[in-house]
Design a protein around this ligand. Sequence first.
Ligand SMILES: *Cc1c(COP(=O)(O)O)cnc(C)c1O
Length: 392
Amino acid sequence: MNTRFGEFGGTYISELLVPVLQELESSFKRARRDPKFNSELHYYLFEYAGRPTALYFAERLSKKLGGARIYLKREDLLHTGAHKINNTIGQLLLARYIGKSRVIAETGAGQHGVATATAAALFGLKCEIYMGAEDAKRQSLNVYRMKLLGAKVNIVDSGSRTLKDAINEALRDYATSFKDTHYVIGSALGPHPYPTIVKHFQSVIGKEARQQILKAEGRLPDYIVACVGGGSNAIGIFSAFLKDKGVRMIGVEAGGRGIRSGKHAARLSGDGRKGVLHGSFSYVLQDKYGQIRETHSVSAGLDYPAVGPEHAYLHEQRRVNYVSVRDSEALRGFHMLSQVEGIIPALESSHAVAYLPTLVKKCRKDAVIIVNLSGRGDKDVEYVARIEGELA
Ligand SMILES: *Cc1c(COP(=O)(O)O)cnc(C)c1O
């Protein structure tokens, strides 16, 4: 198995963990070929999480934007409200397959923590979640949700008390607990083999979308658009089309308050540089000394200073075009899809939606576009109401 995508990826990690990750890689390779593992995975994705998700033709949105036939891949319809459950069901089954009785995970806003705690409850594994104190304060309801699901939540008080500090603590836990514990990483990030494992479990999105669009349109799409935080929903849908030269792909990063403001999370489309974070060589937002910069986005799920290594590779290969969308534009996308289609998208997914007016302007009238709607916006409604002055 390749440990890198071009020069990106790798395993930049304490030597204590090297044999652990090697064992994880070989177990994953075994599981992936095991019909019993695959039928279990299929069973829970379809019977529990709600797959397959619809590929919905957004007729009113297509009309409004004037040209192009726009389809939405409805990952927002999954149990817990986003694509993250594809990965946590996969990794929890993998943990069980290799005989681990406990899982740990990091979480930023709490979405991955909730998805991990959900799968842990489903499979009866012990679960501990690491979350920065700042994030826990902002997302207290998700802290309670995880507890409700039976997880223990460890609040991290070091550093900037956010996601990257939570990852550091989770890695520290893993270094001493790996005998009985699996570390569930939440995106296509981290040291090898995680980016490959997460891509594998998210690739179901692209496989379905490919069949569905062939059935609906009798041909492949011209464009696929997805938002990119760590990059798991994007690589999940892109993966089924990477070999089709005619299919153009667009990854939308968080432009925050604009690239020049420095307050953003545009690693590939902004001013990220090559560097190492959390075990992987990729594009990272850093200062001139190589220290990790603070990032900003209206959507917590896109607010991370590094990007999955395969995206760094696809960027350098020019196979995927990475662009950024600002907070204010994302909010317009959030309102537009709500009003035109009756679908309230997650603020992360709103970034992909918000890029559509720009894309439609420059593509052919009969172009077919698929947008990966990674999650639903219920979690964001109160926050948007607050920042727009609808709530005190
Ligand atoms: C977490 C999250 C993302 C960002 O993560 P990726 O790994 O880049 O997909 C995007 N959309 C939603 C709804 C999320 O919860």
